[in-house]
Design a protein around this ligand. Structure first.
Ligand SMILES: C[S@@+](CC[C@H](N)C(=O)[O-])C[C@H]1O[C@@H](n2cnc3c(N)ncnc32)[C@H](O)[C@@H]1O
Length: 156
């Protein structure tokens, strides 16, 4: 089952770029033997997108068919890491082809321009900057894959 982060805005360089790239590559290695990955990233260039609705439409167009759609939103459900891992494992075992995790831009999502999500995932009720959300999401996906792979990365 492929894994993908789709995000509004491009992170070209800097500490967030380095962290996201590191988790993406670690995740793709850890998931290889257990049918998860690669983890990839779609960065949506929003320089010519004028409104939140334009951004959400562009996100919707990038999704593709036959996917599980995870919307990142502070109003969503917070998951313990092992529970997120379990959810990904269930989707993989159920024959899901790809999971796409979507992060909005500075103004968030226009829900009417997006399909209904299979899961709305929150990293708590606080609003985080979208670049940090991308780093945290890449890490949590890597953590979930590590849990399913049985590696010692995650500790409780
Ligand atoms: C700066 S926030 C946008 C905040 C916007 N005012 C709103 O109402 O959604 C940019 C994006 O980061 C993600 N995000 C921010 N905080 C989050 C949280 N606590 N949990 C999950 N995603 C979050 C969401 O995808 C959001 O669209």
């Amino acid at each position: 089952m492929k894994l993908r982060i789709a995000a509004i805005g491009r992170i070209r360089s800097g500490p967030e770029r380095e962290l996201v790239d590191d988790y993406i590559s670690r995740c793709s290695v850890a998931g290889r033997a257990i049918g998860l990955g690669p983890l990839t990233e779609t960065q949506i260039d929003n320089r010519s997108l004028k409104t939140q609705t334009d951004e959400s439409r562009a996100l919707a167009e990038s999704l593709g068919g036959d996917i599980k759609f995870v919307l990142l939103d502070e109003r969503g459900k917070a998951f313990k890491s092992p529970d997120l891992a379990r959810k990904l494992g269930q989707w993989r075992d159920g024959g899901c082809r790809e999971v796409v995790f979507c992060i909005g831009g500075a103004d968030g999502h226009d829900r009417e321009a997006l399909p209904a999500p299979d899961l709305m995932l929150a990293f708590g009720p606080a609003v985080w900057p979208h670049k940090l959300v991308r780093v945290m999401l890449a890490e949590q996906i890597y953590r979930a894959v590590s849990i399913l792979a049985g590696t010692p990365y995650h500790r409780e």
